[in-house]
Design a protein. Structure first.
Length: 557
């Protein structure tokens, strides 16, 4: 009967429907169920310290690490690294930033200059610092690349800010301070609704820049006055959809509501939950939620715009973050949310945020009887019946409490087997239960009493085989029952008798096999029956005949 179990597991695809129902008792803030899939060296990632993430126009995900550039197609990685023997290779294995200003051409900021990757030729063009060339970038350590709404390419380095000139294929150094001797390192760039750039630079502070004239509109000294502190240690910066400027440093976050009119004042908020948090990246997702990657896990601003959800790794939870020290955040076009850490990637599919997972657990009141689920059926009053290889469970969707029914050979008023394969109920009052090896039972859910229907191949009025794979209503107070080894049975609930329809090798109008796996009654009354090894059968209840559709059909003319 192992083959029966293997095929029945195919039905688990429909468990997605059941899982949606479980979201009602999800305890996570904002009713979201955040479960991460971890991606590490074992899946092909070149190195676990994630520095940046990006999705290109073809849908590939790209990740920058300290040991190469990783392209991910959802299944496997392709890694690009520096090679001294290949002049067209990546110039450095340290990848800080990735953008795609034009289709199929990636710009990559590294520890050794800018790399422009042509995906068609799979080669890298390099832009390096040249002391004698004023048109080169001003440093080889490229911390951030930014593609503005005007399709300008901005390059932040350990020596300031550059803008690319496509007409001349060179760069202009944009002064951020009147003191040209000051050594500044540009860490982050963001754009506001007016098209101005906000730039954070270690050694200088936060400034506002006119993207066209390159004039500093708000200097670092003014921003220090606004925030009431020094902004020269801000590592990440973001202007959100509400025109708020978010600043992140090793001392926490500062949120500044930017003035919309010339006479408006700045409004400053210092979120208390983020005080002294080391913030590495701030990101706004497609639902306009604000996320912060820190050295103490992931924070998200909640819908009240005051409190924060704090997500940390849990040692016993394989679906939690892989590490508390987070580095970078990104949401792709498929709404998958990526969280980079010093110990690999964490992937959360936000499309399943209303899904919860019910499994075997220490708390038996909220635990399934078995992990291998074969079937489920809707009960009464927000209840779900779940059949597994561990017994029969009744889930209360509202409370999450699970009642267990198990087999007891010494108690006739119990399951006959713990391996439940199929369930059916007409109105919730009577539940029919098909077993892998003990026939069928009927449970009166009002009195919780059982009636049993054991298999007896020698009795033409009894169930023909002990393995009941599916149960389908036949109408007129009857049920269609597929068995594994005993063909198709029609059960008359009123007379309590079974009628059999068996395979006959000499009659092609009978079922192709007695090993049946599933049955579905179509609107026209025909039964579609899946078999083990004999393909699909279409059974006509009126004539008692079947049409066989084999696994391989000769389509040649």
């Amino acid at each position: 009967m192992k083959s029966l179990m293997l095929v029945k597991n195919l039905k688990l695809q429909i468990m997605l429907i059941l899982i949606v129902l479980f979201s009602a008792f999800n305890a996570i803030a904002d009713n979201e169920n955040i479960k991460f899939q971890r991606i590490t060296l074992d899946q092909g990632l070149s190195q676990e310290n994630i520095l940046t993430a990006f999705q290109d126009s073809e849908g590939y995900m790209w990740f920058g690490t300290q040991e190469g550039l990783n392209r991910y197609d959802g299944y496997q990685f392709k890694v690009f690294t520096y090679s001294s023997r290949n002049k067209d290779s990546l110039s450095s294995d340290w990848v800080y930033s990735i953008i795609e200003p034009q289709k199929n051409v990636l710009w990559i900021g590294t520890r050794n200059g800018v790399n422009v990757f042509d995906k068609s030729s799979q080669t890298f063009k390099h832009y390096r610092y040249q002391a004698a060339d004023k048109g080169s970038i001003n440093s080889d350590t490229v911390r951030v690349l930014f593609n503005s709404s005007q399709n300008q390419i901005w390059i932040g380095t350990d020596n300031g800010l550059n803008i690319y000139n496509p007409a001349t294929d060179d760069f202009t150094n944009v002064a951020l301070s009147a003191d040209e001797t000051k050594r500044i390192s540009v860490q982050s760039i963001s754009e506001d609704q007016q098209g101005n750039l906000w730039v954070s630079a270690l050694g200088l502070g936060v400034i506002k820049l006119d993207a066209n004239s390159h004039q500093v509109l708000v200097d670092a000294a003014e921003m220090d006055l606004v925030t009431g502190g020094q902004t020269n240690q801000v590592k990440t910066i973001m202007v959100d959809s509400q025109h708020r400027l978010w600043l992140g440093s090793d001392k926490g976050a500062t949120v500044i509501t930017l003035p919309k009119e010339a006479n408006d004042d700045y409004r400053v908020w210092l979120p208390e939950p983020l005080v002294d948090q080391k913030i590495s990246h701030i990101y706004q997702d497609r639902n306009n939620k604000i996320w912060l990657a820190t050295s103490d896990g992931l924070f998200r601003l909640e819908s009240d715009s005051e409190s924060f959800l704090h997500i940390k790794p849990e040692k016993q939870n394989p679906y939690s973050l892989s590490d508390s020290k987070l580095t970078y955040l990104f949401q792709d076009r498929g709404n998958v949310f990526w969280v980079g850490s010093i110990k690999g990637l964490n992937k959360w599919n936000t499309a399943t945020s209303n899904f919860d997972h019910i499994r075997e657990a220490v708390d038996k009141s909220k635990s399934l009887s078995g992990s291998y689920i074969n079937t489920f059926f809707d009960g009464k009053e927000n209840q779900i019946w779940i059949g597994s290889i561990g017994g029969l469970d009744l889930l209360n969707v509202e409370t999450g409490i699970i009642q267990h029914l198990v087999a007891d050979e010494n108690d006739d008023n119990s399951l006959r087997s713990n391996t439940v394969m199929s369930l059916y109920s007409e109105n919730g009052d009577e539940l029919y239960i098909g077993y892998q090896d003990q026939g069928m039972s009927k449970l009166d859910t009002r009195t919780m009493t059982f009636a049993h229907y054991p298999a007896d191949k020698n009795n033409p009025n009894a169930l023909s085989a002990p393995g009941v794979t599916s149960i389908e209503p036949a109408g007129n107070n009857k049920l269609w029952i597929t068995t594994f080894g005993g063909g198709l049975n029609l059960f008359d609930i009123k007379t309590q008798k079974f009628m059999r329809y068996l395979s006959d090798e000499t009659d092609l109008q009978t079922l192709g096999s007695n090993k049946l796996l599933t049955v579905h009654k179509a609107k026209n009354g025909l039964l579609w029956i899946g078999t083990w090894g004999a393909g699909l059968n279409i059974f006509n209840p009126t004539t008692g005949t079947a049409m066989r559709i084999p696994n391989k059909v000769d389509c040649t003319l």
